[in-house]
Design a protein around this ligand. Structure first.
Ligand code: MLT
Length: 197
C-alpha cells in the first residue's frame, strides 16, 4: 500500500485518511498527538471518482461488505509487512482514523484480535453488523463524534460504542456539534486521552 513511514519512538501512529484524502493529510494531526511517535500513514487502495478510500461503498453510508472484508485483511497484512520492513513492534500500533479511515480502523478491531493497541476514531460508523467481535479488553478506543453528524447519526456512534464495550474495550466518546467535521477541540480531547493510555 502507498504509505509514509517516519521512525520515532516505540508507539506507532497508523494514520488513516477520510474519503478523498491521502497519506499526507493526517501528518499534522500526528504531530499534535505525539510529536515523538513513529508514524505509518497509509493511502487507501480504492478510488471512487478519483478519490482515495479504504474500501468500496455501494452508496453514501452503505458499505460493500465483501470489499470491506477484503480491504481489512489487506491492511492487516500490510501492517505485519511494515512492522518487519521498518522494524517496529506490531503490538504498538495505535490507529488514528477520520471518517472512512476511522471505519477501516473500526473494521480492523471487529475482525482481528490484537490488530491494534488502541484506536482514535474520528466520526466512525458501525463497519459491520451481526458479527462476533474478538476480545478487545486490552484495546481502549476514543471516539470523536458529532451529535448532529449527518453521515454518522449519534445513535450509530452509541451503537458502535456499545459493540466495542461488549467486546471488553474501554471506550470514551467525545461529542461535538459540528456535523462530520474534525474539530480542534475534538483533537485536543483525543490528545488528553492518548496521553493517559
Ligand atoms: C464511509 O463511506 O466510510 C463513510 O460514509 C464516511 C465517508 O464519507 O467516507
Amino acid at each position: 500500500m502507498k504509505h509514509i513511514f517516519n521512525k520515532g519512538s516505540e508507539r506507532v501512529l497508523l494514520l488513516l485518511h477520510g474519503t478523498g484524502g491521502t497519506e499526507q493529510d493526517l501528518l499534522p494531526l500526528a504531530e499534535m498527538l505525539d510529536p515523538d511517535a513513529s508514524v505509518l500513514s497509509v493511502r487507501g487502495n480504492v478510488t471512487e471518482n478519483g478519490m482515495p478510500r479504504f474500501f468500496r461503498r455501494l452508496s453514501e453510508g452503505v458499505f460493500d461488505e465483501e470489499d470491506l472484508i477484503f480491504r481489512t485483511k489487506e491492511l492487516h497484512d500490510f501492517l505485519a509487512e511494515a512492522a518487519e520492513k521498518y522494524q517496529f513492534n506490531r503490538e504498538n500500533v495505535i490507529a488514528v482514523g477520520y471518517s472512512n479511515g476511522a471505519n477501516i480502523a473500526g473494521s480492523l478491531l471487529f475482525h482481528y484480535e490484537k490488530a491494534l493497541k488502541a484506536a482514535i476514531l474520528y466520526h466512525p460508523m458501525v463497519p459491520r453488523r451481526g458479527m462476533e467481535l474478538p476480545d478487545l479488553s486490552t484495546t481502549p478506543v476514543f471516539i470523536g463524534a458529532g451529535k448532529n453528524d449527518p453521515i454518522c447519526p449519534a445513535s450509530e456512534t452509541e451503537e458502535l460504542s456499545n459493540l466495542l464495550e461488549a467486546a471488553g474495550s474501554k471506550v470514551e466518546i467525545h461529542w461535538e456539534y459540528q456535523g462530520h467535521q474534525l474539530t480542534h477541540t475534538e483533537v485536543q480531547a483525543s490528545k488528553k486521552w492518548y496521553d493517559l493510555i
